[in-house]
Design a protein around this ligand. Structure first.
Ligand SMILES: *[C@@H]1O[C@H](CO)[C@@H](O)[C@H](O)[C@H]1NC(C)=O
Ligand SMILES: *[C@@H]1O[C@H](CO)[C@@H](O)[C@H](O)[C@H]1NC(C)=O
Ligand SMILES: *[C@@H]1O[C@H](CO)[C@@H](O)[C@H](O)[C@H]1NC(C)=O
Ligand SMILES: *[C@@H]1O[C@H](CO)[C@@H](O)[C@H](O)[C@H]1NC(C)=O
Ligand SMILES: *[C@@H]1O[C@H](CO)[C@@H](O)[C@H](O)[C@H]1NC(C)=O
Length: 399
């Protein structure tokens, strides 16, 4: 029963979800606080693990419908070949009567090669901005080739749109997440890559950190998601970012971000242009799509534009999801003091290492990490932002 729900979530098909409640069409939705992750849009509460699978599916569906655009279903075919001479994984995807090819390169640990693997790996959205961990390979994914992100003129540009049409609803981030899924398909079926597909993480910084979060949320084979300084549209919530701007901090908001670039679906404009309170979700729930898998968010307090307090609110609210699922320490965050954007400070190294050791080396390490150098007070429950109480735990099965 549960497995049929999980499979359906991976395929984003609602047809087989007879057990899940239908998603009501609430055009009048207008909520100033962060929506309760543990209540369906209908108002019904999440009580069982099966309810939670349905709720995750609901949130994944709503995020696609109102913000990120549709993740296409599995393609007709994915074929790949790996060249050990240039460490290139050449991936060809066939679907929609067309074919596209892209070719991530793999950077093996110093002194290593595909032959000395298998290694765990981090898929770097546009490369990584954290130090390459010892013993871990990096899969360098040129996301701009899949979906451009220069400015508004990038809408519908890139290999993804050659396949699905320039009018596909997906924004650039959903297109990248689709390509990350194809990288996982390719690793899964290609011998000799030197990569252990059961130990693959995803990371990226800033705009590519937003992309890393979306990829981790929509690709369940990723075991560790590491968004770095992802700001608005990443680990920030739309609602708290609006509030920060209203309070005088020059923080990026939804209404600004949709003017700047094409990371989101055009379907998001109707919310960004009016009020984000109309969104039946916020980004603590995008984070929650990763649960109970590993997630470590890295933030920087040095830039108001990144809205670190907004990220803090999202992370604190999201961590209650992992806690309810009995896996609180699979999710952590570190908000370090002031430093140059996307230059990883050594003060966060031990925290990052703990997550890498746990999820990429299966070592028992202490990942109970929820650190901020900010002086933020948002908590759960919180009268303003989180007027809800998470269930202590979920019951296994409904009678
Ligand atoms: C949304 O709710 C606020 C009060 O919380 C109200 O001022 C506003 O008019 C409402 N907007 C819509 C479109 O209903
Ligand atoms: C890598 O090498 C293979 C053959 O060994 C070749 O077909 C491919 O074009 C090369 N890729 C790059 C990016 O150089
Ligand atoms: C949102 O606002 C922008 C700028 O005013 C406009 O170009 C766009 O058409 C609007 N979109 C929607 C759906 O309201
Ligand atoms: C970060 O440092 C810059 C330059 O020293 C300074 O202008 C800014 O106020 C600092 N921000 C914080 C949050 O400490
Ligand atoms: C947090 O509060 C401490 C003590 O008042 C202060 O020294 C520090 O600068 C504050 N940090 C931030 C990021 O505002």
């Amino acid at each position: 029963m549960l497995s049929s729900i999980v499979v359906a979530f991976l395929g984003f098909s609602r047809l087989v979800l007879a057990e899940c409640p239908a998603i009501p069409n609430l055009n009048s939705y207008n909520v100033t606080s962060l929506p309760n992750p543990f209540a369906f849009l209908s108002g019904a509460h999440v009580v069982t693990t099966e309810d939670w699978a349905c709720r995750q599916d609901e949130v994944g569906t709503l995020l696609q419908r109102d913000e990120l655009g549709l993740m296409p279903g599995d393609p007709k075919s994915v074929t790949a070949s790996f060249s050990a001479s240039n460490n290139t994984l050449t991936i060809t995807v066939v679907d929609q009567g067309t074919s596209i090819t892209f070719a991530p390169t793999i950077t093996f640990p110093t002194g290593g090669s595909s032959a000395s693997g298998p290694y765990p790996a981090i898929i770097g959205i546009g490369g990584i901005s954290i130090p390459q961990p010892s013993g871990v390979a990096v899969i360098n994914f040129n996301n701009d080739e899949i979906a451009q992100q220069n400015d508004q003129t990038s809408r519908g540009q890139g290999l993804f749109f050659e396949m699905f049409g320039a009018d596909a609803t997906a924004g650039a981030m959903m297109a990248w997440a689709w390509a990350v899924r194809r990288i996982m398909d390719a690793l899964d079926k290609t011998p000799g890559t030197g990569i252990d597909i059961t130990r693959v993480a995803v990371s990226g910084c800033s705009r590519n950190g937003k992309g890393a979060l979306v990829a981790g949320a929509f690709e369940p084979r990723i075991v560790l998601t590491i968004p770095q300084e992802s700001g608005s549209g990443g680990t920030d919530t739309w609602r708290i970012s609006d509030w920060l701007l209203a309070g005088g901090l020059d923080t990026q908001t939804a209404s600004e971000i949709v003017q700047e670039n094409v990371w989101f679906s055009p379907l998001f404009d109707q919310f960004a242009n009016t009020s984000v309170n109309r969104l039946p979700f916020d980004h603590h729930q995008l984070l929650g799509l990763v649960a109970p898998r590993g997630l470590f968010a890295i933030d920087n307090l040095g830039y108001d534009w990144l809205g670190p307090e907004s990220s803090y609110g999202a992370l604190v609210a999201a961590r209650t999801i992992w806690k309810t699922l009995g896996e609180e320490t699979n999710m952590g965050f570190s908000q370090s003091a002031n430093h140059t954007h996307c230059v990883f400070p050594s003060t966060q190294q031990a925290e990052l290492d703990a997550f890498v050791d746990k999820f990429l080396f299966n070592k028992p390490t202490n990942t109970d990490i929820a650190n901020t150098a900010g002086n933020y007070t948002i908590a759960v429950p919180d009268a303003m932002w989180a007027p809800w109480v998470p269930p202590l735990s979920l019951v296994k099965k409904r009678d």
